[in-house]
Design a protein around this ligand. Structure first.
Ligand SMILES: [Zn+2]
Ligand SMILES: [Zn+2]
Length: 87
């Protein structure tokens, strides 16, 4: 049984398979979420189980995910915690 591509949902055959981030991808489907640059095992950065290129990998100061009140609350909490650790 061949797995399905996490991007396009079509069957991935072993010759074109990239296994990454607990998922399987076509080589051509394994690209940056933002700029669509094709990535490989060496240069991808995984975030939230999605591949990003070096330039678009979400840093803590930059999110492309919408800030829901719940997300904001969680972030403030973890910021507080990291401040405590620093002091
Ligand atoms: Zn695909
Ligand atoms: Zn990119």
């Amino acid at each position: 049984m061949n797995p399905l591509c996490a991007r396009c949902g079509k069957t991935v055959y072993p010759t074109e398979k990239v296994s990454c981030l607990d998922k399987n991808w076509h080589k051509g489907c394994f690209h940056c979420e933002v700029c669509k640059m094709t990535l490989n095992m060496k240069n991808y950065k995984g975030y939230d189980k999605k591949p990003y290129c070096n330039a678009h990998y979400p840093k803590t100061s930059f999110t492309i995910v919408a800030d829901t009140p719940e997300n904001l609350r969680l972030r403030q909490q973890s910021e507080l915690q990291s401040q405590v650790r620093l002091v």
